[in-house]
Design a protein around this ligand. Structure first.
Ligand code: FE2
Length: 375
């Protein structure tokens, strides 16, 4: 009976309760310069640092923050570093999607028990501000989920890092928190990855798009959105689909040389102000869809609070679902390899991902792909 199964469902305890995203760590060729880009262009501030000055011999890491978003930019100092190997293969990219938990040891134990591959055994790091406990498992490609428990810690980031205050700290552009992080996986790998998130992490598949919904004249892809139980963490997973030409997912897999994070969506409460400010600071966004997109916008999505003119001027896309609407825009690539980019999103009730914009978005992406000779 239905009621029984719903009751049972609510009685089943979440074996992996998550409080949200703790941080995203990038491995990059020059963390000092990357940090400058994310600070100047995106509006992050440096809050912590670890490197030779703090006793590390093999790497330097800059911890940047804006709202609840924490990015770590890490670079190796020597050629024999495993971080260098990662960069050699993948270029600059996301290594760690860290999840904020109340019990890192238990998170590790529960996921390992369900088949996760270990990246880092649980450890407790201590300094004068308390302790942080971490443990890590592999997800798709060489990407890691690090469980971070910081309930007994009051320092700037975690033991091993020193707090950074003052110096060059540009103003925020209004970015608030990470809405979702998207992974690209190889041919016929999406369902395997989805199954992994269900079995190992206790996530649910909340939305699916097939190649008939996500296609242009030239290329196609499939996507499934995975969410943890409380909805604080969402990981859409893409795989390429057959089309007349090479899809953006194939281009990613070729140039990242494997599976990995495709885009990070960050939320704002005022997308027009945020995007306008980011453009002034040099962030490049995908070109706006044709005028017809805005001429028919209100017919498509219903009444919205924003004026159409600034949305059209900036190239911001709008989509709706049963619960409301959302505004979104995508940056161009943030490194030379055609791999990672960002999405800026403002939700006005809608909990979906802009499926109504997929076509406009992918046509815009294909124009870029064409310029690179990769379509
Ligand atoms: Fe997205």
């Amino acid at each position: 009976m239905q009621t029984t199964s719903i009751e049972q469902e609510t009685l089943i305890q979440d074996f992996l309760p998550l409080n949200g995203t703790d941080h995203v760590e990038f491995y990059v060729g020059n963390a000092k310069q990357s940090a400058h880009y994310y600070k100047t262009a995106f509006g992050f501030s440096t809050v912590a640092y670890a490197g030779p000055e703090t006793g590390l011999r093999d790497r330097a890491s800059y911890v940047l923050q804006q709202g609840k978003i924490r990015l770590i930019l890490t670079t190796p100092l020597k050629s024999d570093s495993p971080i260098m190997e990662h960069i050699k293969q993948h270029g600059d990219g996301v290594k760690i999607l860290a999840l904020w938990v109340d019990d890192a040891y238990k998170s590790y134990e529960e996921t390992i028990k369900r088949g996760a591959r270990s990246y880092q055994e649980p450890q407790t790091l201590k300094d004068e501000f308390g302790e942080v406990r971490t443990a890590g498992i592999y997800t798709y490609g060489e990407t890691i989920h690090l469980f971070v428990e910081r309930k007994n810690y009051t320092g700037a980031f975690m033991p091993g890092y020193i707090a950074v205050e003052g110096g060059y700290q540009p103003t925020s552009t209004g970015l608030l928190y990470i809405d979702h992080c998207v992974g690209n996986v190889g041919w016929n790998r999406m369902n395997e990855a989805v199954q992994w998130y269900e079995d190992v992490m206790g996530f649910k598949n909340i939305l699916s798009f097939d190649d008939k919904q996500i296609n242009t004249e030239y290329s196609a892809l499939m996507s499934k959105v995975m969410s943890n139980k409380n909805g604080y963490v969402k990981f859409p997973i893409n795989e390429p689909a057959e089309g007349k030409k090479k899809s953006q997912i194939e281009e990613y897999l070729e140039f990242y040389e494997g599976e990995g994070v495709q885009h990070i969506a960050v939320a704002t409460h005022d997308i027009i102000a945020t995007v306008r400010e980011m453009k002034v600071r040099g962030v490049e966004f995908l070109s706006a869809p044709p005028k017809a997109y805005y001429d028919t916008l209100l017919e498509r999505v219903g009444k919205i609070d924003e004026d159409i003119a600034p949305l059209q001027e900036l190239g911001i896309l709008v989509d709706h679902d049963e619960e409301g609407y959302l505004l979104q825009i995508f940056t161009k690539l943030v490194q030379d390899r055609p791999t990672l980019f960002f999405e800026i999103i403002q939700r006005k009730g809608a909990q979906s991902f802009g499926a109504g914009n997929f076509k406009a978005l992918f046509e815009s992406l294909e124009r870029e792909q064409e310029l690179r000779g990769n379509l």
